[in-house]
Design a protein around this ligand. Structure first.
Ligand SMILES: C[S@@+](CC[C@H](N)C(=O)[O-])C[C@H]1O[C@@H](n2cnc3c(N)ncnc32)[C@H](O)[C@@H]1O
Length: 233
């Protein structure tokens, strides 16, 4: 079943551009996990981090899981066997189509609900999820939206639910090639350019982020390219 959420206006001038960027990038998005077109020239760092986080995701998930901004569903094959139901939500039609294909390929699409639309407009039911995945969304959000994300998570997650955050790490290698926070120019394989807001997280910032939002960390992986953290409320 696929639901569609009606969009509303956002407070960032780059929001529409980001939406379009990911929609157009869908078919080439997964390349990032094999280190193709990387921010810094160490393909092995990307592959290693993707492997480590995949095995973390294999130990994650239970009951009813929501994958927020699921993209192509890259992590789905890793956590899905642990769950009874999986809700996959993304505002990009093309990303969600790739995700559906991936779920069908794994033979587990019967347990999935697909939601096309903006997470911040989605009226997900309170206290309805035992686990949640948020991959590479936080690093695109300004502080208002970051706060809103955690407020919504607190509402929709059951009291003892677990959270898996996966995102971009601020490492020594990264710092030689990227600014920590700012508007980034992204170029697709066909040469089209987009400007999107992006920030990277240090280990300390991840600890602080979860603490101020009342989550306790149970597992943390911090690589040169990616980080992942499992936390409970
Ligand atoms: C960097 S991709 C990450 C995809 C996936 N979570 C992963 O870990 O591979 C970011 C995704 O967030 C989606 N997205 C961004 N803002 C969103 C929003 N407000 N609501 C739903 N999806 C959003 C984009 O369409 C894109 O698919």
């Amino acid at each position: 079943m696929t639901y569609i959420i009606e969009p509303k206006l956002k407070d960032s001038e780059f929001w529409d551009e980001m939406e379009q960027y990911y929609d157009e990038r869908a078919s080439e998005y997964d390349h990032v996990y094999s280190g193709e077109g990387p921010a810094f020239p160490d393909q092995n760092a990307y592959k290693k981090d993707a492997r480590q986080i995949s095995s973390m995701a294999e130990r994650f998930g239970r009951g009813s899981l929501v994958d927020i901004a699921c993209g192509t569903g890259f992590w789905f094959p890793h956590y899905s066997a642990n769950c009874d139901r999986v809700t996959l939500l993304d505002q990009s039609k093309n990303m969600l189509a790739c995700c559906r294909k991936r779920a069908e390929k794994t033979g587990l699409s019967d347990k999935c609900t697909f939601i096309l639309g903006d997470f911040f407009e989605a009226k997900l039911q309170s206290d309805s999820f035992d686990s949640a995945v948020v991959g590479f969304l936080l690093s695109h959000l300004n502080p208002n939206y970051e706060l809103m994300l955690f407020q919504i998570l607190s509402r929709i997650m059951k009291p003892d639910a677990e959270l898996l955050i996966i995102d971009s790490a601020w490492s020594k290698q990264r710092s030689l090639h990227r600014q920590k926070t700012g508007i980034q120019k992204r170029v697709l394989n066909d040469g089209r350019e987009f400007c999107i807001p992006k920030r990277y997280f240090s280990k300390e910032e991840i600890y602080e982020l979860l603490k101020r939002n009342d989550f306790r960390i149970s597992e943390l992986y911090f690589g040169n390219a990616f980080l992942a953290v499992i936390a409970v409320r």
